[in-house]
Design a protein around this ligand. Structure first.
Ligand SMILES: O=P(O)(O)OC[C@H]1O[C@](O)(CO)[C@@H](O)[C@@H]1O
Length: 493
C-alpha cells in the first residue's frame, strides 16, 4: 500500500466523540464478549463433566485463551498501548490493516488514543475476528449473535405495528397503482421508517432498556411528523424524483444493523417491489465478519427471515401477547419476504451460505465493507463491487458508519457540498495512488444515505439549520437524535 493511502485516513480527524468511545464504550463491548464466551464455555463445561468429551475439553481451553486475549486487549486499550499487527490468520485484509498500522507508527499514531478513530474502530473488530478464527472450535462463533437476537426479540411491538401498516397497504394496492401522489406519500413514510430503524444500534446503546428500544422504534404518521424537525437534511423529494422515473429497476441496500433495522430495510424493499412499478429487484449487501457489534452477516440475514416466519419468535417476548390479527399480518409479510428471497427478487450480494470470514466467492463483492478505508476509492480498491453498484438504480447506504466512510470521516465544515465530501474535490493526494485512482465516488451511481447522527462528521447542511440545531442540542452530531437523508445522483448538490 502506498503512503498515499494513509492520507485518506488522516486529514483533520475528529477526536471529540472518539475519546468517549475508547474509554467508555469499547471496554463495555469487550466485557460483553468475555461474558458471552465464558458463559458458552461454562455450559460446555457442564456437558463435558458428564460426557468426558475430548473435543469439548479442547473447545473449553480455546474459549479460555480467547477470553485472555480479549481481557488483555481491554487492558492495553485503557493504557493507550501500541496496537499490535493483525496476525496472519488467513482471512481478509491482514496486509492492508498492517501496512496502514506501520504508516501510523511512522508518525507515532499507532496507539489506541492516537490512531484515527475510523481506523482504530475497524481494526478493533478485525482484531477480534482474528482471535476466533485462529481457533479450531470458535471459528464460526459470532460473539454478538446472542445480543443481536435478544434485542430483535424485544422489538415485537414495533414489528407488529409495521406489519399492520403493510397489511393495510395490501388493501390500498390498486389505489396506489393508479395514483402516484399516494405512492409518493407512502414512499416517504418508508424512507423515514428505514431511517429511524438505524437508531437501534447495539454498539451505541451499550445500556438499553426495553423502553428505550420501543421509543426508538415507534413508527406511524404522528411519530414521523414529530421527528421531521430532527431531519437536518431531507432529500426525499429528490429521491422520489429520481426513483419514479425508473422502471423495473434494481435497488441495493448496503446494510447496517441486524434485527429491527434489517427488518425495516426488508419492509422498504418489500414496498418497492410489491407496490411500485419502479423496482423489481433488490440486492442486500452484508458484512463478512462480526462488525460494529450489530451489523448484518449472511447468517443474520437468513435467520431474520426464518425468525419472522416462526410465530413464537416475537410473540413469546411481546407483552401483551399479540392478537391473532397481529400474528396474521406478520405471517403474511414474512411469507412474502421469504417468497422474494426464494424467487430471487431479493438476493444477497454473496451466496447465502457464505460462512463467517467469507470465502473466495464472496471476497470481491463484500470484503470492501470491512476495510478501514474511505469509500472515495472504491473503484480502485474493489472494481468488481464498484461495477456491480454502477448497475444499480439506487444504492442505499444505511447508517452512521457508512456515512463516515462515504465522507472519509473528515472534519469537513458542515456546509461542505455533499459531492465534495464524496470525493469530487479531493486532491490526487487523497486517492489511493495516481495510477490506481479512477475518479470520485460521487456520481458513480445514484446514492442515498440514511443515517442517524452518531459521529461527528456531517456535510451538505444549511448554515441556518446548523445554527438552530446547535442551540437546541449541542450534541446533535453524536447523540443519535438527529438524522440526515442525503441523496446524490450525478451532480454535486
Ligand atoms: O450502526 P451505525 O449507524 O453504522 O453506527 C455505528 C456507529 O456508531 C458508533 O459506534 C458511534 O460511535 C460509531 O463508531 C459508528 O459510526
Amino acid at each position: 500500500m502506498s503512503s498515499m493511502a494513509l492520507l485518506t485516513l488522516n486529514p483533520q480527524l475528529f477526536h471529540i466523540f472518539s475519546y468517549e468511545t475508547v474509554v467508555k464504550r469499547w471496554p463495555i463491548i469487550l466485557a460483553g464478549i468475555v461474558d458471552r464466551v465464558r458463559l458458552s464455555r461454562e455450559n460446555h463445561n457442564l456437558h463435558s463433566e458428564a460426557q468426558e468429551n475430548q473435543a469439548l475439553e479442547a473447545k473449553i481451553a480455546e474459549g479460555k485463551a480467547i477470553i485472555e486475549k480479549v481481557s488483555k486487549l481491554k487492558y492495553d486499550m485503557a493504557r493507550d498501548h501500541v496496537m499490535e499487527p493483525i496476525p496472519a490468520d488467513g482471512e481478509l485484509h491482514v496486509d492492508l490493516y498492517n501496512s496502514l498500522l506501520e504508516e501510523l507508527a511512522e508518525s507515532s499514531k499507532n496507539t489506541w488514543f492516537t490512531a484515527p478513530w475510523l481506523y482504530a474502530e475497524c481494526y478493533l473488530y478485525r482484531l477480534l475476528r482474528s482471535y476466533f478464527v485462529q481457533s479450531k472450535f470458535w471459528r464460526d462463533y459470532d460473539p454478538f449473535r446472542a445480543q443481536k437476537l435478544d434485542v430483535f426479540t424485544k422489538s415485537g411491538p414495533s414489528i407488529y405495528g409495521i406489519a399492520k401498516i403493510m397489511s393495510e397497504l395490501t388493501i390500498e394496492k390498486s389505489a396506489l397503482e393508479s395514483d402516484p401522489s399516494k405512492l409518493k406519500v407512502f414512499f416517504q413514510e418508508m424512507i423515514q421508517m428505514c431511517l429511524w430503524g438505524n437508531a437501534t444500534d447495539l454498539s451505541l446503546l451499550t445500556h438499553m432498556s426495553l423502553d428505550d428500544i420501543e421509543r426508538l422504534q415507534s413508527v406511524g404518521k404522528e411519530m414521523q411528523a414529530a421527528r421531521q424537525e430532527f431531519i437536518m437534511r431531507d432529500d426525499q423529494e429528490n429521491v422520489w424524483e429520481h426513483i419514479s422515473r425508473v422502471k423495473d429497476g434494481r435497488v441495493d441496500f448496503v446494510l447496517d444493523n441486524a434485527g429491527f433495522e434489517l427488518f425495516t430495510d426488508l419492509v422498504f424493499a418489500d414496498f418497492l417491489v410489491t407496490y411500485t412499478p419502479y423496482v423489481s429487484e433488490v440486492v442486500f449487501h452484508p458484512k463478512l465478519i462480526p462488525w460494529f457489534v450489530s451489523d448484518v452477516t449472511p447468517r443474520d440475514f437468513n435467520e431474520t427471515i426464518e425468525s419472522l416466519l416462526d410465530p413464537s419468535f416475537l410473540a413469546f417476548n411481546t407483552s401483551p401477547a399479540p392478537s391473532k390479527e397481529q400474528q396474521q399480518n406478520l405471517q403474511q409479510l414474512a411469507n412474502r419476504l421469504k417468497k422474494y428471497v426464494t424467487d430471487g427478487t431479493f438476493s444477497l450480494s454473496v451466496p447465502k451460505e457464505t460462512p463467517l470470514g467469507g470465502n473466495s466467492a464472496s471476497e470481491s463483492l463484500a470484503g470492501f465493507w470491512t476495510k478501514p478505508v474511505p469509500y472515495w476509492n472504491m473503484e480502485a480498491y474493489d472494481p468488481e463491487l464498484w461495477k456491480l453498484l454502477k448497475g444499480s438504480d439506487l444504492v442505499i447506504f444505511k447508517g452512521d458508519l457508512h456515512y463516515r466512510k462515504l465522507t472519509g470521516d473528515v472534519q469537513w465544515p458542515a456546509s461542505t457540498p455533499l459531492g465534495d465530501a464524496l470525493g469530487e474535490r479531493l486532491s490526487a493526494a487523497h486517492l489511493v495512488s495516481l495510477t490506481l485512482a479512477t475518479g470520485p465516488l460521487a456520481g458513480s451511481f445514484p446514492l442515498l444515505s440514511l443515517r442517524t447522527n452518531k459521529a461527528d462528521v456531517a456535510v451538505g447542511l444549511d448554515k441556518d439549520i446548523v445554527a438552530q440545531t446547535e442551540v437546541k442540542d449541542s450534541k446533535w452530531r453524536v447523540d443519535g437524535r438527529f438524522a440526515l437523508i442525503s441523496f446524490l445522483a450525478e451532480k454535486n448538490v
